[in-house]
Design a protein around this ligand. Sequence first.
Ligand code: SDX
Length: 427
Amino acid sequence: MPDETLTVTDNRTGKNYTLPIIDGTIKATDLRQLSVVDGDHGLMAYDPAYLNTASCRSAITYIDGDAGILRYRGYPIEQVAEDATFLETSYLLLEGELPTATQLASWTEDIRRHTYVHQNVKKFLEGFRYDAHPMGMLLGAVGALSTFYPDAKHIDDPTNRYLQRVRLMAKVPTIAAFIFRHSRGLPYVLPRNDLDYIGNYVNMTFEIGGRHDPNPVLQRALDLLLILHADHEQNCSTSAVRSVGSSHVDPFSAVSAGIAALYGPLHGGANEAVLTMLDEIGTKQNIPVFIEAVKAGKGRLMGFGHRVYKSYDPRAKLIKTVADDVFAQTGLNPKLEIALELERIALEDPYFVSRRLYPNVDFYSGLIYQAMGFPPDYFTVLFTLGRLPGWIAQWEEMLNDPEQKISRPRQVYTGPEVREFVPMARR
Ligand code: SDX
């Protein structure tokens, strides 16, 4: 058995150090012993944007970026997507095991009982302009929930944490639907307990005149899309939830930090940015000029590339199959043709191939959401609904991890050396 250690020589002192290798990592704090003079801080690891730093141990999601593998609690995403519902998947992520029928019924019933929001939330939402970006509204509204449930501060009480996770899973779709209605100047539609999770959300969103005739194919497609977005290890927004949650703030505030991070066009906002890009390209004939501009560094091919996947994002593959089902119901989204040609050209172009840039989860999802009747600026709200159980599961895992404490990275200081203050008269 090879010795799981790393021996390094500090050439500044000629000293050798042997550092244990655990799970393919060395502990950054072990570098502190590499010091030059007694009492100095020793060495730190420098890793801007955490390109090669494990921030935690997690048992929730496994990704192999080279092989294009994604598993939730060990189950391949292809099987979960095929056989589970979103609520079943949320239970798996949160509890670590697939639920029995009784457990799923209890989880579903708990959520069903908490779908209403305080009437004041409506007043809060009405304070936004008619054209407020839905993610800005969601960010504000979910953070505001912490003021309605001050008991959520008791994060050390597992029973209380369970109540807050139920409130989040139940109320965020209601708020999301209210935001959709606000953007259209339509009256809010209240939750209905006779509908399932997806059916209730779709009804609150699209009901007109007391009616919405559900399309089971579209509802299953939305259920599947939420499954595909449910968790993705330590991505930007999950890291935000963990970092903010590490201060022991309530989960509504921690999740609102995740929403803020997801809003960005490099992250969850990419699905909206893809549609903007396809609109700018306009026709298949314009694709070569657009590609050349990207290669010249003028903008990015949105929906392409990934920090971890250096092969085709397995979720993008599954989303393409969902697209076929949706477009069979809604008619083909004319932008699909441009997206498919864009993908074909990019996957043959050395610029993208050499950088291992492939379609990610956001490349096709927006085309489907648009066909379902959602506007581009609302797509990332749907990403939020999917990622919510993953954020909550990661938040709880962080709180229960004895190795974790308040997140507080160090820095390399590059500012001026000490200097005397200059009074105004002498400036
Ligand atoms: C999500 O982390 C997750 O798991 C996220 C996510 C999740 O489920 O939580 O999977 C969801 O956020 C998916 C990604 C959505 N974002 C986009 O589609 C925006 C476009 N893609 C990128 O901006 C980019 O690919 C990132 C942000 C996704 C990843 O960026 P990295 O890993 O920091 O890579 P990089 O910016 O250092 O780029 C490496 C090289 C650069 O070229 P060179 O400097 O070497 O010449 O690749 C180029 C980049 O210019 N590049 C792109 C590109 N992405 C990277 N060039 C053109 N188009 C792109 N999309």
